[in-house]
Design a protein around this ligand. Sequence first.
Ligand SMILES: C[S@@+](CC[C@H](N)C(=O)[O-])C[C@H]1O[C@@H](n2cnc3c(N)ncnc32)[C@H](O)[C@@H]1O
Length: 411
Amino acid sequence: MSVEPAALPDFCRNFDDYLKLLEQQSRALEVPAPESAAAEISFQLAQKIAEYIYFKGKMPFSEFMHQALYSPGLGYYSAGSHKLGAAGDFVTAPEISPMFGQTIAKSLQQAWRSTEPKVLELGAGSGKLMCDILKQCQQDKMLPDTYYILEVSADLKQRQQRLLNERLPELSTKVVWLDRLPKNFEGVVLANEVADAIPVELLMQTEQGLTQGFVGQTEQGFKLEFQVNDFSQGWQKRHANVCADWREGYLAESCEHRRDWLKGLLAEVEQGIVLLIDYGFEEEELYSPYRPQGSLQCYYRQKKHSMPLALLGLQDITSSVNFTQLAQTALDSDAVVLGFTTQAEFLTQSGIEQFVAQVEDSDTMSSLSVAQQLQTLLMPNEMGQSIKVLGLSKNFNGSLSGFASLGMNKV
Ligand SMILES: C[S@@+](CC[C@H](N)C(=O)[O-])C[C@H]1O[C@@H](n2cnc3c(N)ncnc32)[C@H](O)[C@@H]1O
């Protein structure tokens, strides 16, 4: 079903008007306006969403976020924008320093004493983490049998393949890209900053009670609207302990899709561990009355802001992970919590310092000095405290030194 352009709202009826809207949004965010090819993709996505709203009415925010990030050929992760690294929109730990992957490699080797020497990396981004891990394992003569990657973005999959062929062509047969989760997996599953990219619902406390966020449209652009409904009331009841003190205007996110994602993943893990590394909190802290703005964040050319409807399909949209929810999901899926700690603690306990003297310029994509790389990964005001590591295991008797001094294993 498609609609005549004349029936679409003014802002996306023709490309010139849409370009003006993008320019207006860029000015408000104080970022450079998108180039014409990127604007054209954003225009097509805007028309697709406007058409959906025209036929079906307001779109739940999670569906909007899904379209903005993953709409085939048009979404942020599905189209060809640069995304990761200094020239992209955001940097992740592997882009900051090879020491991240080298340290994770040591943890994998430790895990492989008690499970199959295999890795399944979810959402491998530029492929940097995979290359750093494989290079370290090659040096230690502890290569995995197979390094699987499950990546939803066709564009990033190509980047990963290119990077592997450039950096470690001799290991190209070790890496296998999958289209779906493998059955009965035994080994280590790794997901760095993937859970936070899974779409969320928006919630707002109002006079009428808790409301759910929907995306509607006016002639001027997409618009966020909140309404009380079964979902928001049900959520409020189930989370009465955390939302009792929320004032009017309190914003939060809920992510049932992350629970489903983890459930689906754990159903395919027969034996081994799952390491989830991400921005996030335990539930009580995530929904604390002292965090009234929620945690939704958008990234465009290294600028962090909270306007998810702007620059459609051209910016990353993320929100903090509720680690309590993930730990509970694990317990409901016959898995156990191996450990939960901060990135700083995990990397330090796993021996990151041993790699300081080894960092080679050729391995570093960032322009930071080694001391700055270490600081960014470990300092509390950088990634050290805000990123957490949750280890889950199934039928696994081993341990990881990253979780050796557990201060936070109560999730
Ligand atoms: C923020 S990037 C992180 C990339 C990389 N792990 C890193 O640390 O640099 C998110 C990645 O997850 C991928 N992704 C998002 N949802 C996914 C899913 N359900 N399954 C697999 N990959 C996913 C994206 O395409 C992208 O590669």
